[in-house]
Design a protein around this ligand. Structure first.
Ligand code: IFM
Length: 429
């Protein structure tokens, strides 16, 4: 049984659904031909949010995660767009009118283009600029929001933008990546502090978290100690170290004197878990980034599960393993994302069934999960992968902007309604 107060819903992010996000660095990145497809009108969610929230309400959701687009709020340095601010106030109001608890993400991969042009997170005033934006958001919607996610998947952002170079700003430097990660960490602590100092006395006492993408890592060859080492490095650095750095506000290991001096302040009230897949890793060398190993092809593994349309393995036990790993923080956990891109909605039904079964297993062992937000409410713009991957509980026909609710959405609704696992055969058509 899932508890009565459990949050059920879906997640989206501004750039992926809103459309015409013209002041963001992603818009400029797309315009310069760096990706195969441009986001364009996306799902026109900026105009259609009421209709989309009505759909979520019909599906029995009681929560909704979305992100505020900084580049809309502050399209030029220090110039606030009052229309955009009013828009997000209306969004919150529309959610509340439909009894959907807002879960607000402050930074979901996109920055204002001016911020990027001036050096982005490397600029000495980056934190100040981000804080100014956060303060403006708090002023506008702070008292109506309880759940805050400062950063979505900080490590994915750093990896794609500063190591793989496939997202803006398109760099490939481990040193830059490390510096940016530290900046995000610092920005998170500042935002955490601002949210609490501004809102602790409001009626809705805020809770602040980060959406941490967890990946299960296995070694390609478990008999090779080098592969086991590479797996360990990747797991420690990608999963454990990132989560604890955001919790403690610094990167220093717990036993370091400086870490002890920094005290036991904590910067997370809950942890958001984004879970999708597992990777197999083999040894790649001892120097630089090579110590994190290299992903080997799943084709070499006979015992792996089905894949989604992007080729990621579907591994439901991984959500259980991730939840168990996160319990060491002793914090409540919100599943801020979990989903599958597929053209076969039957696969999505199976995915929801298998993952929620694992969530329920973890909860029965005492893991304090307080909600499940599916990725995503709608099909949407999957960054450099374009519109082909279909993650939505509702299909979007991009030619007409028509939404068609998928059977998997009704299946999730049935579980949310009964607060228990439901047989897949009982999915209403
Ligand atoms: O679409 C993304 C989202 O922006 C962040 N988490 C993973 C999703 C699927 O790749």
């Amino acid at each position: 049984m899932f508890p009565p107060a459990f949050l059920w819903g879906a997640a989206t992010s501004a750039h992926q659904v809103e459309g015409h996000n013209i002041h963001s660095d992603w818009w400029a990145w797309e315009a310069s031909g760096k990706v195969k497809e441009r986001s364009g009108a996306a799902c026109e969610h900026y105009e259609r949010f009421r209709e989309d929230f009505a759909l979520a309400q019909q599906l029995g959701h009681n929560a909704h995660r979305f992100s505020i687009e900084w580049s809309r709020i502050e399209p030029e340095p220090g110039r606030w767009d009052e229309g955009a601010i009013a828009h997000y106030q209306e969004v919150i109001q529309a959610l509340r009118e439909r009894a959907l608890e807002p879960v607000v993400t402050l930074f979901h991969f996109t920055s204002p283009q001016w911020f990027s042009e001036q050096g982005g997170w490397r600029h000495p005033q980056a934190i100040e600029r981000f804080s100014r934006y956060v303060e403006r958001v708090l002023e506008a919607i702070g008292s109506s929001v309880r759940y805050w996610v400062t950063f979505n998947e900080p490590m994915i952002y750093v990896y794609q933008g500063y190591i793989a170079g496939v997202w803006p700003p398109g760099q490939r430097s481990w040193t830059a990546a490390f510096r940016i990660f530290e900046r995000l960490l610092h920005a998170h602590t500042v935002a955490y502090h601002l949210i609490h100092s501004r809102l602790d006395h409001s009626a809705r006492k805020p809770v602040v978290g980060v959406a941490k993408h967890m990946v299960i890592f296995n070694s390609c060859n478990p008999r090779s100690w080098k592969d086991r080492f590479a797996r360990w490095m990747r797991h420690r650095c990608f999963n454990g170290v990132v989560a604890s750095a955001f919790d403690r506000g610094h990167l220093l290991p717990r036993f370091w004197l400086a870490a002890k001096r920094a005290g036991y302040r904590r910067y997370l009230d809950f942890i958001g878990l984004n879970y999708y897949t597992r990777d197999f890793v083999h040894f790649n060398g001892w120097t630089g980034g090579k110590v994190f190993g290299e992903v080997c092809s799943l084709a070499h593994h006979r015992d792996t599960g089905p894949r989604n349309s992007l080729g990621w393995e579907v591994y439901p036990e991984g959500i259980y393993e991730s939840l168990r790993q996160l319990t060491r923080f002793g914090l409540p956990i919100l599943i801020t994302e979990n989903g599958v891109c597929t053209n076969d909605d039957g696969q999505r039904v199976q995915f929801i069934h298998d993952h929620l079964t694992q969530v329920s297993r973890a909860m029965s062992e005492g893991v304090p999960v307080f909600g499940y937000l599916h990725w995503s409410l709608l099909d949407n713009y999957e960054w450099h992968e374009g519109f082909a991957p279909r993650f939505g509980l509702a299909e979007v026909d991009y030619a007409t902007q028509e939404r068609r609710v998928r059977p998997s959405a009704r299946y999730l609704a049935a579980i949310a309604k009964t607060r228990q696992m439901v047989a897949m055969s009982g999915v209403p058509p």
